[in-house]
Design a protein around this ligand. Structure first.
Ligand code: SF4
Length: 451
């Protein structure tokens, strides 16, 4: 059976080896395609959500707020204000007469009650339509309340999820560079695009502590406004989720001269590489940092490798599909799955760019299908056609996998198990084993002829 690809999406699907590589990406989703992408507002909300001492106020209809309430598994070591979701709950009357008064009153009332370190005000679709002057309301509130009140221009219809990432970076940029007090080590970093899902930022931070490096700020996992304010004084930026925070890293390079590196903390290979790269960067200033890093990596690999080899023995020969938000994570997943003896036969992302997909193509085996901004119909087809055993995706992909009778591992922001770092690699391998090899599949046979 030929793949059910909409004509307008033909160029966003590529099977390696079938034709010259010319995948189209960075496009708006095709109407009617049932894209797995979220809207602009959701893009900005997921990036800023983990800032735990800020108040997040959604200016719009109540549905936008409930859609993104407590949207990530980002944990906090202190305040948990981020887990509450506030909305101006715009109604018909507000749409006719404007919602500025309501917004102004909400900012003041909520600030008095919760004493946040800052307020983020998210514009949603309806605000983009009625044209409330959110900037002016925020500016007046900021002057009166003495804390940053930051508009996030994220009307849902005004672009793709990636535009939401940019809106979040623009908002963060208003806080960065506003505190010059306190000592910062010359061996210091910011970690960008790390959201502390299930405590992953704490695992990574501990590696850097052992290496002798100060982490000034994590954007935005377990995030704090005072740390973000002084983040412009760190020596190096490390960008993990490149889709979301690269805009801010580029800006900080231009404005404050802080270089940035793209890193990944998923898989033994990539975590080690990230730590060695950072050690290499600071080795002129600290000649012993490379030795400390090598000791750390050796110790961690020796601890986790035997159990990973046992997982490999059980998984060898299986086939996997990967569909994630940003393509950079897919690179790491392909490498981890290879070390576990699993072949990747389908891979794609919601927001990858041309450069990402070229790298993906170079990493894949012949016959692997690469998709950009895919939909359930396409992915279900290829899962059946390629006889996939395991699907790695997010919450929206989970039902697809289970309905087709294949194992599933959540590698998106709802998960509650840490998958980053050396220990996270073993958690991932164990989760993959538990799902792909579960006895439940004896009672839920694969729907090989269901499409
Ligand atoms: S901003 Fe628009 S697209 Fe996004 S959740 Fe709200 S109404 Fe839906």
């Amino acid at each position: 059976m030929s793949a059910p690809i909409l004509k307008e999406r033909n160029k966003q699907v590529h099977e390696k080896g079938k034709a010259a590589f010319d995948l189209q990406c960075d496009r708006k989703s095709v109407a009617g395609s049932v894209s797995q992408r979220a809207c602009v507002f959701c893009g900005s909300r997921v990036v800023l959500y983990p800032i735990a001492d800020a108040l997040h106020l959604v200016h719009g209809s109540i549905g936008c707020a409930s859609y993104t309430w407590d949207i990530r598994g980002s944990v906090s070591s202190g305040p948990e204000l981020h887990r509450l979701c506030f909305s101006t709950d715009l109604r018909e009357k507000d749409v006719v007469y404007g919602g500025e008064k309501k917004l102004s009153a909400a900012v003041r009332e909520l600030t008095a009650k919760h004493k946040p370190a800052a307020v983020f005000v998210y514009s949603t679709c309806i605000v983009g339509v009625i044209g409330d002057d959110v900037d002016s309301v925020c500016r007046k509130a900021e002057q009166e309340l003495g804390i940053p009140v930051i508009p996030v221009h994220s009307a849902g219809f005004a672009g793709t999820k990636k535009d939401g990432y940019k809106a979040a970076c623009t908002a963060l940029n208003k806080i960065v560079g506003t505190d010059e007090t306190g000592e910062i080590s010359p061996l210091s970093i910011n970690i960008l695009g790390e959201f502390n899902l299930a405590g992953e930022a704490w695992i990574i931070k501990e590696y850097y502590r052992r290496m002798g490096i100060q982490v000034v700020s994590i954007l935005t996992g377990d995030g704090r406004i005072p740390d973000i304010r002084k983040s412009h004084r760190a020596s190096l930026n490390l960008v993990q989720c490149s889709g979301s925070l690269t805009t801010l890293a580029e800006h900080m390079e231009k404005e404050y001269g802080i270089p940035y590196k793209r890193v990944s903390y998923f898989g033994l290979e990539d975590v080690s590489k990230a730590l060695y790269e950072v050690a290499g960067y600071f080795s002129d200033q600290d000649p012993l940092i490379m030795k400390r890093t090598a000791d750390l990596v050796r110790e961690e690999v020796e601890t986790y490798l035997p159990a990973l080899q046992e997982c490999k023995r059980r998984l060898e020969g299986m086939k996997a599909a990967i569909y994630v938000g940003g393509a950079f994570k897919a690179f790491s997943l392909i490498r981890i799955l290879r070390t576990l003896g699993v072949d990747v036969v389908l891979v794609g992302s919601q927001t990858g760019n041309r450069q990402d997909y070229e790298q993906l193509e170079s990493m894949c085996d012949k016959g692997t299908v690469i998709v950009d901004d895919s939909n359930p119909m396409e992915m279900s087809h290829y899962i059946v056609e390629k006889d996939v055993d395991l699907f790695i995706g997010g919450v929206k992909e989970r039902p697809m996998a289970f309905k087709l009778g294949v194992g599933f591992c959540d590698h998106n922001h709802e998960r509650k198990t840490a998958l980053a770092g050396f220990e996270g690699t073993l958690n991932f391998a164990r989760e993959v084993c538990a799902s792909a090899l579960s006895p439940v599949w004896r009672f839920a046979p694969r729907r090989r002829n269901s499409l």
